[in-house]
Design a protein around this ligand. Structure first.
Ligand SMILES: [Ca+2]
Ligand SMILES: [Ca+2]
Ligand SMILES: [Ca+2]
Length: 438
């Protein structure tokens, strides 16, 4: 096990951090900082305006392996992952994944559920992926309905260990993440890290890795995990608002897949604030968010195909061709178009179809299934039985629920889909009968 103190001092992004004043005026249902988020608004950047007509990332999960995340940041709180198999606060490891009460992620440093971000780096990365859009607060993430799984692998001084990173990769994959943002660099590739990266790759996960901030060619002088040759690694250089590579960014025609915005990136930070940061740590999450948009639009496609959609649709330019494997910069709109993600239809076209058996024997499980169409903006579902809420669940376009019922007679399912601000998008009900056991 190597500690990273030396490597991190050089390799993590160099924070040209500028603290921004909180916005004084927030017009209703807009994001007051969006106009300053050049990566989202500039023509020729990642094409967020077109991407957002096709996907907002609902149903996608992105693990952020970093310094933790401020769980109650007003622009992030509604998009934090909840571990469905862990009962909060009972002092037990209900899902037997090794961490007690890990309801919203876990720390691989202390092996507990404390993901508090005492640095701000992880909260900044999380906001680039999935800060809420159109909520009247702060700015927006590129995948504003995606969920964030906080996995703490770095402390408040951005120090960690390769063992913690390896554990974090395994934790994220084992708990359902297939998109892992690793804005972390080290000069050491230990066997445990290599094995964890292979473990993730074998399960179809993509690790989006920052290329690092040493202004060097990492084909020659590697930076990990970005330089690992695994197909499951997607590594990202930083570019400025003119599409030119950042001076600090690492490059590599073999090791670095593409570039993404990484200069003066405004996002959420600890203390419910916002700040501007520069480096490849800010570039990688734009690519993670793009995978989330693609995965939401085309959940039927494997992550490898979505990864290929990103690298085959980059904006090519001369200087990038010589420095990067794909020869270009991230174009989320083009990637979505390339997988046939069509424009999201208006909410008025949303439909929800419930199906249930008309009769079920008393004491057996009554089942309901539902399938929603044209409802990309549903963030969560509520399932009620006879007017009582029995389950709240994360977004998925097609899902199911069952419950054992004894009481003979007529019963009724009701399913409601809500958007991230709690507005009702779609609802449907269906009744069925419980009949006596033979
Ligand atoms: Ca647990
Ligand atoms: Ca528990
Ligand atoms: Ca916002």
């Amino acid at each position: 096990m190597h500690t990273w103190s030396r490597a991190l001092a050089h390799n993590l992004w160099i924070g040209l951090a500028l603290l921004l004043a909180a916005p004084a005026v927030a017009t209703a249902a807009s994001d007051p900082l969006l106009s300053e988020q050049w990566a989202l608004t500039d023509a020729g950047a990642v094409d967020a305006p077109d991407a957002w007509t096709r996907s907002l990332g609902s149903g996608s999960l992105v693990a952020v392996l970093d310094t933790g995340v401020q769980l109650d940041h007003p622009d992030l709180a509604s998009n934090i992952w909840t571990n469905p198999r862990e009962i909060p606060g009972n002092g037990r490891d209900d899902d037997a994944n090794g961490i007690v009460d890990d309801v919203h992620g876990a720390s691989m440093l202390s092996l507990n559920a404390d993901v508090n971000d005492d640095n701000g780096h992880g909260t900044h990365v999380a906001g680039i992926v999935a800060a809420s859009r159109g909520n009247g607060v702060g700015g927006s993430g590129l995948a504003p309905l995606a969920q964030i799984m906080p996995v703490k692998v770095l402390d408040g001084s951005m120090r960690g260990t390769t063992d913690a990173l390896a554990l974090g990769i395994r934790y994220a994959v084992d708990n359902g993440a297939r998109i892992l943002n690793v804005s972390v660099n080290t000069d050491y590739a230990t066997q445990v890290v290599r094995a964890a990266v292979q473990y993730a790759g074998a399960r179809g996960a993509i690790i989006v890795a920052s290329a690092g901030n040493n202004s060097r060619d990492i084909d020659l002088l590697p930076s990990y995990p970005a330089s690992l040759p695994d197909a499951g690694i997607l590594s990202v250089a930083a570019q400025d608002d003119e599409g030119l590579l950042s001076r600090l960014s690492n490059i590599g025609r073999q090791s670095v897949d593409l570039s993404a915005p990484g200069e003066s990136i405004i996002s959420t930070t600890s203390g419910s604030r916002y700040e501007s940061r520069t480096g490849t740590s800010a570039a990688a999450p734009f690519v993670s968010a793009s995978l989330a948009l693609l995965s939401s639009a085309r959940p039927d496609l494997p992550m490898r195909s979505l990864r290929d959609a990103i690298t085959s649709t980059t904006r090519r330019s001369g200087v990038l061709t010589r420095a990067l494997r794909s020869g270009g910069s991230l174009d989320a709109g083009a990637a979505l178009r390339s997988v046939g993600a069509s424009a999201i239809l208006r909410g008025s076209r949303a439909t929800l179809k419930l199906s249930t058996r008309s009769r079920t024997r008393s004491g057996s499980k009554a089942k309901v299934r539902w399938k929603a169409r044209n409802v990309q903006n549903v963030a969560r579902w509520r399932i009620s039985l006879d007017g009582r809420v029995v389950k709240r669940s994360l977004s998925a376009k097609r899902t199911r629920f069952s419950k054992r019922i004894r009481k003979v007679g007529r019963h009724k399912w009701r399913i409601v889909g809500f958007d991230s601000s709690g507005g009702k998008v779609v609802a449907a009900k269906r009744s069925f009968r419980i009949v006596r056991k033979r």
